[in-house]
Design a protein around this ligand. Structure first.
Ligand code: HEC
Length: 180
């Protein structure tokens, strides 16, 4: 390569730089970005928590569990249980899988399966497996029982949770009465 060619290359590089600078200058002249006075997407944040300072999980407005369960569908729940079936068996007296067997869990104590190595997280939560508690647990297991061994993200649909609970309720010799 002789010096003439080198000059050509250097010239080309310089020329490119000039073009780039020129284009960005012209661009700036043509477009004046305007700042919006207000955010385009407004996010409604409640100004203050309701009296009594209810925890966030309870604040949002699902219909009451009794209403949801009244129209819940056991067959739909059985179908939705497909997401649970890899970890939970449901036959009476059946073995545990990754999670405990769920026969007769509704209305029973927390950690209801004898011999299953539950986390302390589940044992520390209050009360029994009422409809209400199951409903909140299934919505977001990690929020309901921080540290739980159940690695399931939660069922975000209120209808699906109600269907699941209706199905779980049916897994019993004597299903618990529905709430009213
Ligand atoms: C990846 C495995 C996995 C999946 C998926 C899963 N679970 Fe679990 N589940 C567990 C484990 C493990 C526990 C025990 C939790 C602990 O000890 O912290 C548990 C606990 C439970 C309990 C409490 C049982 C008791 O005896 O106290 C219920 C109820 C339950 N799961 C329902 C469900 C339902 C309904 C689904 C599907 C929507 C589901 N789980 C999906 C693994 C799973």
């Amino acid at each position: 390569m002789n010096s003439f060619e080198l000059n050509k290359i250097a010239g080309a590089v310089l020329f490119c730089l000039l073009i780039i600078m020129g284009v960005s200058q012209v661009g700036n002249m043509l477009i004046h970005p305007k700042k919006l006075a207000e955010a385009a997407y407004k996010i409604d944040v409640p100004e203050e928590a309701p009296a009594g300072g209810a925890p966030a999980a309870v604040q949002e407005e699902d219909p009451p569990i009794a209403t949801l369960l009244a129209s819940a569908n056991v067959d739909a729940g059985k179908k939705a249980f497909g997401k649970c079936a890899s970890c939970h068996g449901v036959e009476k007296g059946g073995p545990a899988k990754v999670g405990p067997n769920l026969y007769n869990v509704v209305g029973g104590p927390k950690a209801h399966m004898a011999g299953f190595a539950y986390s302390d997280a589940i044992k520390k939560t209050e009360g029994e497996w009422t409809y209400e508690n199951l409903y909140h647990f299934l919505k977001n297991p990690k929020a309901y029982a921080p540290g739980t061994k159940m690695s399931f993200a939660g069922s975000k649909s209120a209808k699906e949770r109600a269907d699941l609970i209706a199905y779980l309720r049916s897994l019993s010799d004597s299903p618990k009465p529905l709430p009213n």
